[in-house]
Unconditional design. Structure first.
Length: 530
């Protein structure tokens, strides 16, 4: 996908690739565009017509949908003349181009990649659900939500899913006070916002109707040799090394790729001079697919029963019995824990500058944290916003000097050290200021701004392991030099552990090490009766 001015252009190379993808289509798919007037409508029709030109199974039809679509720059997908429930309001270019192509292919008969247990939950929904997903075309997290909900719609006719490009509906964005993406509404009410994942959507559906989990009661997989919890670099390395030993391997990942998916610039993965998080995650998935590895996505571990055979209960209700276990669940963004933070997530408080930065164009914002992630966020935002103020709690910055030098060259970046954030202030439901204390003078200051981006490090994703293995007071799983935990047959690797230096390349090595240690354990411990 390329851009020429503001017009979305499909190159010959893209169209040729699409032609190959459509060769396996089983059903006819029609893009139904609402009739009417809109400044972007001609571009939308041209965009869809170009896509439809690659296959005789694709068509574009302009029709009055009698209220089914939001505006004349909206369209829906029909498969063999039946409404799929999938809608797009806007032109799905940028990161959302893949969402459209996947929706088209899935509607035409290409197999969905959702786990069977997730499909069972979604299939059980009996009430009408209309999801609206507000996105930015520059958001790399939004497609995951759009694609998950599109699949929900294909599974269950009671569900409709609509992608809404916030840039084309400024009045609607203002009306709902949306300041961050993705922002998900269900039947007109806020359902989830900020950092949303497919697993989060499933959990929220289960909160609405716990009986949906009944579909998976009593469902249990065959005994596994190794079960890996986590789909980031450490988890993938563990799974691949285990599969190469000929073991039965399952990976449980609420979000394949983990934190790596949110990293835009990666330049320290040895032998790969430069890549991005999404590109690396795609490569990890491709490598996993080379082996006989069972992947269970969009579900979380709720309980672990110890023993020679460990029993893992998933959020879907399904159970996994396994001879060994490797925990590689990584870490998540650390929260400030000050008044006004949680209350204003999506209304001025954000954790992803790449996703939410465009919403603060021409405005004043703050970045909390003077490490690499904080300074990188400030540099990213500086090209979009009016000004960035970086607040660092300590007297000196922790970021690499090369990043500090770049930040100091920017006229619209100000760095404040020795600053303790007291609270985030909101006015009329939106962030309006930040209050902080100068730790050297104890003076309290208030800085007016529109957004606060929190970049203060990570917290281990280890809550589900409490009472199962030993952990530090910080929540890190304690391991030895072979990644062994305090419990026999349970290993851990990567950012969730006590291993120093949280780096991608280190996590990969630790994952491989954990797998080799688990293999040694399995050789030495036969399970009777299995």
């Amino acid at each position: 996908m390329s851009k020429k001015g503001r017009i979305t252009v499909l190159t010959k190379e893209i169209l040729q690739a699409l032609k190959g993808y459509t060769e396996s289509m089983q059903k006819n798919v029609t893009f139904v565009v609402q009739t009417g007037e809109h400044s972007k409508r001609a571009e939308l029709v041209k965009f869809l017509s170009d896509i439809a030109s690659v296959s005789d199974k694709l068509n574009v039809e302009e029709r009055d949908t009698q209220g089914e679509l939001r505006s004349s720059v909206s369209f829906l997908l029909e498969a063999d003349n039946e409404d799929t429930g999938i809608r797009f309001s806007g032109i799905p270019g940028g990161h959302e181009f893949n969402s459209l192509i996947l929706a088209m292919l899935h509607a035409s008969g290409t197999a969905l990649k959702l786990d069977d247990s997730v499909k069972a939950i979604v299939s059980g929904v009996r009430e009408p659900l209309h999801f609206e997903v507000f996105i930015s075309l520059s958001c790399h997290n939004c497609p995951e939500v759009v694609q998950a909900l599109n699949q929900f719609a294909l599974i269950n006719p009671h569900i409709k899913a609509e992608m809404i490009d916030g840039g084309l509906y400024p009045n609607l964005i203002s009306e709902r006070d949306i300041q961050g993406v993705p922002s998900v509404y269900l039947n007109g009410e806020l359902f989830a916002n900020g950092k949303v994942e497919a697993g989060t959507l499933i959990e929220k559906l289960l909160e609405r109707d716990p009986s949906l989990k009944d579909a998976n009661k009593g469902v249990s997989m065959p005994l596994q040799d190794v079960t890996v919890i986590g789909g980031g670099p450490a988890g993938v390395a563990s799974a691949i090394y285990s599969a190469r030993k000929g073991l039965k391997v399952t990976v449980v990942a609420d979000r394949f790729g983990g934190q790596v998916k949110d990293t835009m610039g990666i330049e320290n993965l040895i032998s790969v001079p430069k890549t991005t998080g999404p590109e690396l995650v795609g490569n990890l998935m491709a490598h996993v697919n080379d082996y006989d590895i069972t992947l269970k996505e969009s579900v979380r571990v709720e309980n672990i029963e110890k023993g020679n055979v460990k029993t893992i209960t998933l959020s879907s209700g399904e159970q996994i019995r396994t001879r060994s276990l490797i925990v590689a669940t990584g870490a998540r963004w650390r929260e400030l824990g000050v008044p006004g933070e949680k209350e204003n997530v999506g209304n001025g408080v954000a954790y992803c500058p790449h996703c939410d930065g465009p919403f603060f164009k021409g405005k004043d914002v703050a970045v909390i944290g003077g490490g690499n992630s904080g300074i990188e966020a400030a540099l990213d935002l500086a090209g979009i916003v009016k000004s960035v103020t970086v607040f660092e709690f300590m007297p000196t910055l922790k970021a690499d000097q090369v990043l500090i030098n770049q930040a100091e060259k920017r006229d619209n970046i100000t760095i404040v050290k020795n600053a303790a954030t007291n609270q985030i202030v909101a006015t009329d439901g939106k962030v309006s200021a930040i209050e902080y204390t100068d730790r050297e003078t104890n003076d309290v200051h208030t800085l007016e701004l529109a957004g606060v981006f929190v970049q203060i490090g990570l917290v281990p994703n280890s809550q589900f392991m409490e009472g199962v293995v030993d952990m530090t007071k910080y929540g890190e799983i304690v391991i030895d030099d072979k990644c062994q935990t305090s419990e026999a047959g349970i290993y851990a690797a990567g950012d969730v552990t006590t291993v120093p230096y949280k780096q991608i390349v280190i996590s990969m090595g630790e994952g491989a090490k954990a797998s080799l240690a688990a293999f040694e354990y399995l050789l030495a411990h036969e399970v009777e009766g299995e």
